[in-house]
Design a protein around this ligand. Sequence first.
Ligand code: H79
Length: 604
Amino acid sequence: MTSRITFPAIALACSLFSYTMEAAAQVPTTMPASLNPYENETREQRDARMAWFREARFGMFIHWGVYAVPQGEYEGKRNGGLGEWLMWIAKIPVDKYKAYATQFTASNYDPDAWAALAHEAGMRYIVITSKHHDGFALYDSQVSGWDAVNASGAKRDLIAPLAKATRERGMKFGLYYSQSQDWVHPGGGKMHMQEGEGWDEPHKGDFDAYLRDLAAPQVREILTKYKPDILWWDTPVWMDKGRPIDRERANQLIPLINLVPGIITNDRLAGGYGGDTTTPEQNIPATGYKDRDWEVCMTMNDTWGFKSYDHNWKSSADLIRKLCDIVSKGGNFLLNVGPTADGVIPPESVERLKDIGAWMKVNHESIYGTTASPFRRLPWGRCTRKTDGDRTTLYLHVFDWPADGRLRVLGLHSVPDSITILAGSNSLSAQRDGNDLVISLPSSAPGSVVSVIKLQFAGPLKVDAVTLKQDDQGVVTLMPLMAEIGSHEHGSPVASAGLIRGWTNVRATVQWTFKIDRPGTFAVVADAAGQATTRLSLDLNSVKSSLGESDIKLSGASDVYEPTELGRIDIAEPGVHTLTLRPSREKEAWKPIQIRSVRVVPVK
Ligand code: H79
């Protein structure tokens, strides 16, 4: 299963509320006029509140709960999909699911070791599930007996010692809370079901009563007990009464965040609340989000909660590059581990975290406190930056070490005062070449995965953010490595030095950004191969083409390349434009296309 859940940040313009007396009773005495304490904060206040999060860049997500007992298997059947979704997927009755809890022992739980592992990996915060969709609380809840202390073999609060160990290491501590979905308590939300319904008799109940009598009091408990630095909402099914900006239900919970001054919340409370962070899930966006803090959450294999038989692990190298990719776009990386029922983080996860930690030990200054790359795209890797007044530092994350030892930084006009490799002590030299800076590198990379080159500039930085331009004939050539791949789901295309291939997923897009100084009508011609006729659309500047989708007859063989016209685009204005190749919405109409290059050619 792959899904991306993002909820638009809708600006909250007015502060008129229709909260009920019940809601008012929940409001702390220090409640300001607005239910959301941060609705009207100034940019300076916001910068101060978000400062630690922007500095941190890398955190650990922990999904731990009763689902770790069945490990993705019910009545002898191994269910596909997410381990923590087993109860929903297999439609397990409430009493049968509750019976697993005795085996949730936490007998080998070592919160200190967990915090140490996160710290060693270079992570600066931890977010753990205080309650996931199965309604099970990892702490001692007075609101429900379905918790670690009263219902499970663990018989103790599992949150408090982790909060302590995390903070002792100087890391921040956050809590995930499934405010809406709850598959155990009456009235709790159920994905893809009618409000108030479920698959078992105990599910039936009123959602508003559930929010008022269970979710809100539990949120109050966790905020009061642990003062988390982050409150991580999830899956707001039934929160909006079918309307994305209905606030009545969200307002049952929003005032509670006043209990922890400075807390950071995400965008998953309900449709009308942007919170502080945008949260792409299992997916790295092609570019960052303008004026928004954001955080990619991702699994190392294909499940959040422990599953014994999920062995589809991402490599350490892949995870390190994903970290660089996200940070180069201005985001944070929240990387998940799913411990077993006795409290052991899988060895595969530990191994990867140690690899990342070894890389971070050498290269952390290119991650912590950095901001997004000034370049829209670099063909050999990524870039992050630090700015201190007029002085700038750029960190070049080199994924593909150049065979000829010449690293071309397209569109970098400023010449650095100093060039070093974080993994070494030698200074490097560079020469200007046209619009570019060319750095002379040692013949082999000092690091095996990503080597980081540090450039320091005394004066202001001058760069062309967009380096693809029209040539003398007015043609723009779009190379595979300059493409931005939208989506990292399974079946998304892979761009290598010479080729875009492996594009089977219809949700994945391929996009280029380029500069046009001579507007007009252009033919988009791909040097392409493919066995059959495929169907796609060309979107200009993220606007769906007025021509819609069109059928493209490919060469007939996956290794025979031919110039293939994909369509025409009208560019009326000079400036920066974005062209997106988007597969047909009709799955059957899409056939993989391999692309060596795309030329945007003026039509006379
Ligand atoms: O907590 C983790 C996930 O359990 C939760 N968010 C992260 C942080 C989450 N991921 N995806 N979703 C919630 C949305 C659910 C998607 C579904 Fe399905 C697709 C529900 C039904 C179809 C996957 C496949 C789960 C059940 C079947």
